[in-house]
Design a protein around this ligand. Sequence first.
Ligand SMILES: [Zn+2]
Ligand SMILES: [Zn+2]
Length: 306
Amino acid sequence: MHSFSAGLALAITASLGTARPLPAQPASSSHDSTIVVLLGTGTPVPAPHTAGPSTAVIVGKRLFIFDAGAGVERQLSGAHLSNVDIEAVFFTHLHSDHTLGYPDLIFTSWVFGRRAPLKAYGPRGLRAMTDHLIAAFASDIDARIKGPEGAIKGGYLVRARDVSPGVIYDSAGVKVRAITVPHIPGQPAYAYRIDTPTRSVVISGDIGPTDVLIPWARGVDVLVHEVVKMSAIEGTMPGGKDAGYYMRTAHTPTNVLGSIAARAQPKLLVLSHIIPTGADEQEMIAAVRSGGFKGRIAFGHDLDRY
Ligand SMILES: [Zn+2]
Ligand SMILES: [Zn+2]
């Protein structure tokens, strides 16, 4: 949720090409309508008003989740979305800030009635992580099934798949493509492009400076992209003398994002996974614009929808 003043700032700047999120409401029941909901716009910083990174794409009544940061199930409640009926979850990469909510998604959905295996897709290592999580919660699983709760046997199961780049999901008009992006040296990380009957969405995940997304994001309805404002974090980061280098190479500086967006021309650019936490909205947007993008930009807040 964002504060009144933040909402007011968005309203004031709407005429300058800054986008306002849609008002809070339950997901549309229209069969093909597609809505993007920011479940968490945060980073590893444990700030109380930004949940861990997670984005929902809702197509009619179908719920797809991209990354599962800390607090994801509570954020589903906050967005008036189902805690149980999740068609699939996709992970951009396995950094802890993007996966700490994965056991939440697995077990909370089960406790509240999930019967079918949760479908999970992500880069190499997701299956092993899933197996370890199920093993780690073995005593809880045992207690809930054998105890007075009588939890649904097998309802906690996950069908996890390590996927290669390309189209990894194609069902009833919803197509999801994984695109390799640079982020963790030696490990895969993906952005995702989602095409539905009515809209196209690209979610960058964590991504270093690169042109690789430009052809995939060209003209899309919504580009959800991470961003780091280097001038705002210098001298403030834990992690030693290489922390600045890491931030510049593993994440996308504001002016670089502006340049990418200027070439891709998304109809709406949504900033999420915003570094630093608590960044000034207008300064951040101006810094992105310095890269040359003149289109609509939204500074994402948890539970905003587009
Ligand atoms: Zn991250
Ligand atoms: Zn990361």
